[in-house]
Design a protein around this ligand. Structure first.
Ligand SMILES: NC(=O)c1ccc[n+]([C@@H]2O[C@H](COP(=O)([O-])OP(=O)(O)OC[C@H]3O[C@@H](n4cnc5c(N)ncnc54)[C@H](OP(=O)(O)O)[C@@H]3O)[C@@H](O)[C@H]2O)c1
Length: 249
């Protein structure tokens, strides 16, 4: 393991940093000495995160962004380029999903999942590749899901799973493009099982409803630890996907 030193002072953009996995990842990267740009819709939460991290000496750029709006996405990239000259690491984390039978979900919900989980993620991949083209090393890490790997009978999260299958296909396809171009930019993803965050409907006792059935859920910090592991590996190492479930099931 080579470690995080080579990323110190470099720029990371974390989407969906106002809660859960994105927030934990922004905290981890700032502690490792990266400059961190954070985006989400809930600006007040991002400002609070900035305050906390800057108290520890970190450099944080808050970019309130609605990833359903293409203009917002382009403004976000303009801001980080203007402030810090572009990004070295992209954590494509923002995402949402609802459970329940497909027939009970609405057109608007399908569109929202598609726009955030797939379209915004893809635009950000393209913009990151452009930024990273002139750098010695760049890393794009997409947060996918175990839902990208199966569609079991009785699955109650069909469209969400569909968007995460798309994330898997896009990640693998972009890797091939980068290899063809002999790029120094790497791309990989993490496929978590249940993590105790807002998306997983954390219950009053800190357990998700799904986790209450399955046992103890993963924590956001567990995923941030895996991101640190991916970034710490030797530059010759490209981790394609990390499938991670709670040890209880
Ligand atoms: N928790 C799990 O069990 C689990 C399992 C597998 C995969 N994942 C994946 O992990 C990723 C992070 O989710 P999480 O578990 O940490 O859930 P979370 O706490 O609900 O975080 C989701 C993040 O996405 C942001 N987001 C959603 N819609 C957005 C929009 N239109 N524009 C900008 N930001 C938006 C939210 O910010 P705002 O609401 O402030 O905009 C929030 O920061 C997602 O891609 C999710 O699919 C989670």
């Amino acid at each position: 393991m080579v470690g995080m030193d080579r990323w110190k002072g470099k720029v990371a953009l974390v989407t969906g940093a106002s809660s859960g996995i994105g927030r934990a990842t922004a905290v981890m990267l700032a502690k490792e000495g990266m400059k961190v740009a954070v985006c989400a819709r809930r600006a007040e939460r991002l400002q609070q995160l900035k305050k906390e991290l800057e108290a520890g000496g970190a450099k944080v750029l808050v970019i309130p962004t609605d990833l359903q709006k293409e203009a917002d996405i382009h403004d976000m990239w303009k801001s980080v380029r203007k402030e810090w000259g572009g990004v070295d690491v992209l954590i494509n984390n923002a995402g949402l999903g609802w459970g329940g039978a497909l027939v009970r979900r609405t057109d608007a919900e399908f569109r929202q999942m598609l726009e955030v989980n797939v379209l915004a993620l893809t635009i950000c991949i393209r913009e990151a590749i452009l930024d990273m083209a002139n750098r010695d090393e760049g890393y794009i890490i997409n947060i996918s899901s175990m839902g990208a790997h199966s569609m079991r009978p009785g699955n109650k999260n069909v469209f969400y799973g569909g968007t995460k299958h798309a994330v898997k296909a896009i990640t693998e396809g972009v890797r091939s493009e980068l290899v063809e171009r002999q790029s120094k930019t790497k791309i990989g993803m993490i496929s978590p099982g249940i993590v105790a965050t807002e998306i997983a409907e954390v219950g009053s006792r800190g357990r998700t409803s799904a986790a209450a059935r399955a046992g103890t859920p993963l924590e956001s910090d567990d995923i941030a630890d895996i991101i640190r592991f991916m970034l710490s590996a030797h530059p010759r190492v490209q981790i394609h996907d990390v499938l991670v479930r709670p040890s209880s099931g």
